[in-house]
Design a binder for this molecule. Structure first.
Ligand SMILES: C[S@@+](CC[C@H](N)C(=O)[O-])C[C@H]1O[C@@H](n2cnc3c(N)ncnc32)[C@H](O)[C@@H]1O
Length: 207
């Protein structure tokens, strides 16, 4: 199924908003990684932050505390329908495609892209998203992906673990190339447990 169509079903969106992240610890893992990278690379105060894709707004409470203005964008009306942001009006969301974001260049201090890149084909689809994330940022992009250089990635590569969902672990070099091609510069990485967690965040600087 094409990535853009994957989350359009209301049942899938309801699952994502509810049972998808079983424990508070799992639920908070991504926002902790983002907070770590913001402490290392962020220029404070952060005025405008884009969360793309925002999904059901899972990261909105943490991200809207880190920045003065939070905006979420997602291509799925079903996911946006489940969106629960903190403090009503402060948390805005719009329907938007990460390959063609409806914002002018340099609109945001920080752009966060969590749990999308490992659903994309390496090559043109990945490069299109990297280009848009960098284009709309004026300082920093934080994006997660599945790093293939870890135990769960190797289990997949060796065929010990099958994943029929179409998600793919990628080498860091592929992600770095996509962002470098978009004009970004590598600042660093973080992961909750190196070599054990696949989910990894890259920090990309934008000049
Ligand atoms: C795994 S969810 C992650 C949502 C959120 N970032 C999080 O971490 O909870 C992936 C999201 O990507 C969205 N998506 C997929 N392709 C997209 C695209 N081209 N533009 C914008 N959103 C997209 C889906 O609708 C879905 O909400």
């Amino acid at each position: 199924m094409p990535t853009k169509a994957k989350w359009q079903a209301p049942r899938r969106a309801a699952h994502y908003a509810g049972a998808r992240f079983g424990t508070p610890r799992a639920e908070q893992r991504d926002s902790r990684a983002i907070a770590r990278l913001l402490r290392r690379h962020g220029e404070f105060p952060i005025k405008d932050l884009l969360d793309a894709p925002c999904g059901t707004g899972r990261l909105a409470p943490a991200l809207s505390q880190a920045a003065k203005r939070y905006i979420g964008a997602d291509i799925s009306a079903a996911m946006l329908g489940e969106f629960r942001g903190p403090n009503g009006m402060r948390a805005l969301r719009i329907n938007g495609d990460a390959t063609e974001l409806p914002f002018q260049g340099g609109s945001f201090d920080v752009v966060v892209c969590c749990r999308l890149l490992h659903h994309l084909d390496p090559g043109a689809p990945l490069e299109a998203v990297a280009r848009e994330l960098v284009r709309v940022s004026r300082s920093l992009v934080l994006a997660s992906f599945w790093d293939c250089a870890c135990l769960p990635g190797l289990r997949r590569a060796w065929g010990w673990r099958r994943d029929t969902s179409g998600r793919r672990p990628l080498p860091r070099a592929t992600i770095e190339e996509a962002f470098a091609g978009a004009g970004g510069r590598l600042l660093g990485y973080t992961t909750s447990c190196r070599f054990l967690s696949m989910q990894t965040f890259i920090a990309v600087g934008v000049d």
